[in-house]
Write a protein that binds this ligand. Sequence first.
Ligand SMILES: *Cc1c(COP(=O)(O)O)cnc(C)c1O
Length: 398
Amino acid sequence: MKSIPSFFSHLECSSCRTVHDHTVLQTVCTRCGRSLLAKYDLKSAQRKFTRDQLQSGEGTLWRYRELLPVLFEENVVSLGEGQTPIFRLKRLGSALGIQNLWLKDDSFNATGSFKARGLSVAVSKARELGAKELCIPTAGNAGSALAAYAAAAGLRSHIYMPDDTPQTNVVECRLYGADVHLVRGLISDAATAMNREKDAGWFDVSTMKEPYRLEGKKTLGYEIAVQFSWRLPDVIIYPTGGGTGLIGMWKAFGELGELGWLDKRRPKMVAVQTTGCAPVVRAFEAHAGTSEFWNGASTIATGLRVPKAFADNLILDALYDSEGAAVAVSDDDILATISKVAALEGLLLSPEGAATAAALPTMLESGVISPSSVILLCNTGSGLKYAEVLQRSAGLEQ
Ligand SMILES: *Cc1c(COP(=O)(O)O)cnc(C)c1O
């Protein structure tokens, strides 16, 4: 067995700091029920490892293997995830009066969304620790990614999703050989159904109830640091559902800071949600530490249709710590933005990714961003997965 020179040292509760055994499968903290975080021996990493090493290597997120939790090469399940491009949005920027507008385009990932990052690492680690069957409640893309990575690993997957999830996600999961359950309601109802039906042997990889999807998502932050030559953007705008990408990027910047590879500046982290489901925005506006369940959640941006994020406290911490913001946009703004960005930039954004661009005018007006800020939007998925939404966007008057 070829071992990976990883600096992974332990698992620690994000709330009560209890240390948990990382040599067995873990979900949440057995003491307080909150999310566990993977920790690394950054002191020895600093001595033995350089910034340049982090920038070189293969064209997937596994080039960051020293700062990932998988310990043996043979357990790595890769479908080419990560190392996605950043584009400068010149034409959209000029239309909005913003000079320095960029887009991290994660639609290039396997299964067409950034969920591939998290599930590549989570499925690899679950396989390393002996899991045979994995289960997940999903709004769509996380299910597709789990189904694909489980197939590649030769593991069984059980997917619970709302019965109005975009058709592409449902069909995709079936083709990957997953056991698919359509549940009336939202992702929260899918989770309830899963918890009722699941076998003792199924390992639950729900967002932030499993420690390693976050590790995959944090590689977004490493890539951004490298792609911006270690001078992070002023503002990062992220479409927030369960929040793993946002929490993950913030964790990555913290780690790179501890390694001494970043200056003191940190981006303002901005969470974008939709007016049909904005629990984090509401909590942020009330300066609250956690969010309230959003009743009647409804939006075309299915990845953002999360009525209450399990790790809402960590999302809000990142927003407050970074002096960031939280903004809601409407489905109509999203539809108009999809066609605008497609026509101006040649990029077909997911509704979630389009939400980050749709938030720009309000943010300029409120002063959260200025025309000279270096702004990075996150396109978390491919528009091609949302045939129904694209039809509506194309039908709008230009
Ligand atoms: C899941 C998803 C999101 C939300 O990501 P979280 O990590 O849950 O906040 C955003 N966009 C797309 C396309 C998604 O699939």
